[in-house]
Ligand binder design. Structure first.
Ligand code: ADP
Length: 444
């Protein structure tokens, strides 16, 4: 039996069943629900809650609609090349308005070779705003807490830019400007890259270009390589017409200290290329990693594989003494050959290899197609000794340089340019003493 809430209710008969009870006005369950203030308030609350939920849903749809039709956004992950450029560019716009900054220490090398350190402030993770060409931009810098580069431990980040409108050109303009500023800073400098995990990372600060003529090689060597490389760079059509992979390999071999690496660095500067240096004796290199790195090297760069013999000598040693070399060099010769064969890119891939021991190299590694030009960079010839002497003592006569070279070669035929450089530095402004003490040079 129901308890009736008000005096207006008629008492239902005891015999009346549930269905018949509902027919009594204001006294059945429906009547109770509408007249009972507690139930009324409950329904009111439910109504408000439902309304709020609907409003929230509506605002979510509204936001999605707004984002889809009236906002544009661009996400740049930290793995992308333009990430640093963009961050640096934003730092000049947004950082004046924000109180939350991160520091990025940078280096600058002056023309005298001195290195200066300065601090670049970039917006810290979070939201920031800036105005550019009359448009407001929201910058969101997000840092992943769980994901990062396993080799460097650097957390994975993204920068997102959001603006009102649908004009994508706004972002293209920003990226273009950011790149132009970054490249201007590198002008006249050579950037060196080194493998870091699965990608190439800039090594130190960009180096001042070394003039090609400052590396003194024997007659015709430098000119020959320079001519060949220029021909290669300008003959993309020739290669594509014939279906030949657009790449060129060079091998510089010879004793240490004779200018192999210096020449490649100077050549890259002359061509306005960067250098990606890989040391194949590094333990962490595997076939897959080398293959990936060679195909993803930055555009307009020379790949330099230094001391190419070292990777495989280590392997021989590891056979002799497996315990000492456990885990050493998982790169195999066939892996390297495959990686070299796969290297090609639209703008031409140039690979330089250096070795002090040509006879240690497998013939498959230096066959044409992998190595197209082999050049010996040997101990200093008479021509090189004379040229270096006159470069250090430009006020002296050629006859003195000739005398110096003859006397030196009579002492030893195996003098490296690095030895000569060190010797001249000792007698910086004293050519006479340099000549008088020439017999000491081979011991230098
Ligand atoms: P390599 O790669 O053959 O071992 P490097 O290029 O590393 O030799 O040279 C070592 C040093 O000697 C560098 O500082 C470089 O300036 C100097 N040097 C070597 N060869 C030459 C050269 N042919 N002309 C001018 N400097 C040279």
């Amino acid at each position: 039996m129901f308890v009736t809430p008000g005096s207006l209710c008629r008492t239902p008969s005891l015999s009346t069943d549930y269905l018949s009870l509902t027919q009594y006005d204001g006294c059945g369950p429906s009547g109770i629900l509408t007249t009972n203030p507690y139930f009324g308030a409950g329904f009111g609350l439910v109504g408000v809650g439902t309304g709020m939920a609907a409003l929230r849903k509506l605002s979510q749809y509204g936001l999605i609609l707004l984002r889809r039709n009236y906002l544009i956004s661009l996400e740049v992950p930290s793995s992308d090349k333009s990430y640093r450029w963009l961050l640096h560019w934003i730092s000049n716009r947004a950082y004046k308005r924000t109180q939350h900054l991160s520091v990025h220490t940078k280096y600058h090398q002056s023309d005298t070779g001195r290195v200066f350190t300065y601090f670049d402030f970039v917006p810290s993770p979070g939201d920031h705003f800036f105005r550019q060409q009359g448009n407001w931009f929201k910058v969101e810098r997000n840092r992943e807490k769980t994901m990062g580069d396993i080799t460097t431990g650097v957390p994975f980040e993204t920068v997102s830019l959001t603006a009102v409108g649908q004009n994508k050109q706004l972002f293209i303009d920003i990226l273009d400007e950011a790149r132009a500023i970054a490249l201007k800073e590198q002008e006249g400098r050579t950037v060196m890259y080194t493998p870091m995990g699965a990608e190439w990372r800039q090594l130190g600060y960009p180096k001042r270009k070394r003039p090609l003529h400052s590396v003194i090689l024997d007659h015709g060597i430098s000119e020959g390589i320079f001519k060949d490389i220029n021909e290669f760079i300008s003959s993309v059509k020739w290669y594509t017409d014939r279906g030949i992979p657009y790449r060129r390999g060079y091998l510089l071999h010879g004793p240490p200290g004779c200018g192999k690496s210096s020449y490649i660095v100077a050549l890259a500067g002359e061509l306005d290329y960067h250098i990606c240096v890989m040391n194949l004796s590094e333990r962490s290199l595997t076939d897959d990693r080398v293959s990936h790195l060679l195909t993803t090297a930055p555009e307009q760069s020379i790949i330099l594989l230094e001391d190419i013999d070292a990777a495989f000598v280590s392997r021989d040693l590891s056979v002799e003494n497996p315990a000492a070399y456990q885990g050493f060099g998982r790169l195999t010769l066939s892996g390297l050959l495959n990686a070299l064969d796969g290297v090609a890119s639209a703008e031409g891939r140039i690979v330089f290899m250096t070795t002090n021991y040509l006879n240690r190299l497998d013939s498959a590694l230096i066959r044409p197609g992998r190595v197209d030009i082999k050049e010996k960079i040997d101990f200093a010839s008479k021509h090189q000794i004379k040229t270096m002497f006159l470069r250090f003592y430009p006020e002296e006569l050629e006859s003195m340089a000739e005398q110096f070279a003859d006397q030196l070669l009579a002492e030893s035929q195996e003098i490296s340019a690095a030895q000569l450089q060190g010797y001249f530095l000792m007698y910086k402004s004293d050519s006479k003493s340099a000549l008088d003490n020439v017999q000491q040079l081979p011991k230098f």
